[in-house]
Design a protein around this ligand. Structure first.
Ligand code: CP
Ligand code: NVA
Length: 315
């Protein structure tokens, strides 16, 4: 049994296979096919401690279209909110459901679930990682650029961001050049980079951390950013905005340093006027954020098929 907490436990081959599956599900849906039986007789529970639009919607539909039954709870609806331990919740739900997919404040809670659950745990975003987002991101890049090798992604903003952490992991495994521009005090975790050393040397990836956004964006194929204030960090809002703005905003002036055919990506939701201007995310032909959001559905299907459905037939 395999969990999906952060992609660290997956090989580059597995990741590539999932990107292919995601692309195939997308093509089939475009041609009108929405009904599968890979998850027939299976049920998946979704737990959300934080708000969600894309993750909840894409997973509910993905489970349904693959033939399974999705069931969703907010934290308030569960006895978790009245103090039932995470480990008991995981033990109980894993006797009813075939997978537990959870969005949590503390990544450690997912690790506890993984320890006590009888079925795969999937991370639907934690304070540390957002693996489902990273798969859709890579799918989008392959779709738009036709390759992963010799690509430069510039991530501008919060170097401790959960979406970035997952992008760092997949980039390290897939041989991507990822240049992160962030304030020094918001640099990516040195422990994470250390964990990825072997992946980086095997794949030929380059993960660099700089302070100058222009340096990161120079000759980039992809410019990526995320919010400066993530869910759960609301009390740090003023402090964070004063550190990130104006230097780390993705605006037209900054994008001029990228390649002519660069694409702009954002996991959404976006805060226009903070991490990105309207001119870049909304008005520019380089912005692919809605294709990226759509790919959350196709890549969610790929993950569910890979973890739960493959035994039920070839695709
Ligand atoms: N990108 C993403 O995870 O969006 P939601 O928070 O709407 O699920
Ligand atoms: N970093 C953001 C991502 C939202 C999808 C957050 O955690 O709020």
């Amino acid at each position: 049994m395999k969990h999906l907490l952060n992609w660290l436990e997956y090989s580059s081959e597995e990741l590539k296979r999932m990107i292919e599956l995601a692309q195939k599900f997308k093509e089939e849906r475009r041609r009108g096919r929405r009904v599968y039986t890979f998850l027939e007789g299976k049920s998946v529970v979704l737990i959300f401690e934080k708000p969600s639009t894309r993750t909840k919607a894409s997973l509910m539909i993905a489970v349904k279209e693959l033939g399974g039954f999705p069931c969703s709870f907010t934290r308030d609806e569960l006895q978790l909110s009245r103090g039932e331990p995470v480990k008991d919740t995981a033990r109980v739900l894993s006797r009813y459901f075939d997978s537990i997919i959870a969005r949590v404040y503390r990544h450690e809670d997912l690790e506890i679930m993984a320890k006590y659950s009888l079925v795969p745990i999937v991370n639907a975003l934690s304070d540390k990682f957002h693996p489902l987002q990273a798969l859709a991101d890579i799918q989008t890049i392959v779709e738009k650029k036709g390759r992963l090798k010799e690509l430069k992604i510039a991530f501008i903003g919060d170097g401790t961001d959960n979406v970035l952490n997952s992008l760092i992991i997949v980039s390290a495994k897939l041989g991507i050049h990822l240049s992160v521009a962030c304030p020094k005090q918001y640099s990516p975790s040195p422990q994470l980079l250390k964990l990825l050393k072997e992946d980086i040397s095997m794949s030929g990836a380059c993960i660099e951390v700089v302070q100058d956004p222009v340096k990161a964006v120079k000759e980039a194929d992809v410019i990526y950013t995320d919010v400066f204030v993530s869910m759960g960090q609301e009390q740090e809002r003023e402090k964070r905005l004063s550190v990130f703005l104006p230097k780390y905003q993705v605006n037209e002036k900054l994008t001029e340093y990228a390649k002519d055919d660069y694409i702009f990506m954002h996991c959404l939701p976006a805060h226009r006027g903070e991490e990105v201007t309207n001119a870049v995310i909304e008005d520019s032909k380089h912005s692919v954020v809605f294709d990226q959001a759509e790919n959350r559905l196709h890549s969610a299907k790929a993950v569910l098929y890979y973890l739960l459905g493959e035994k039920h037939g070839d695709f």
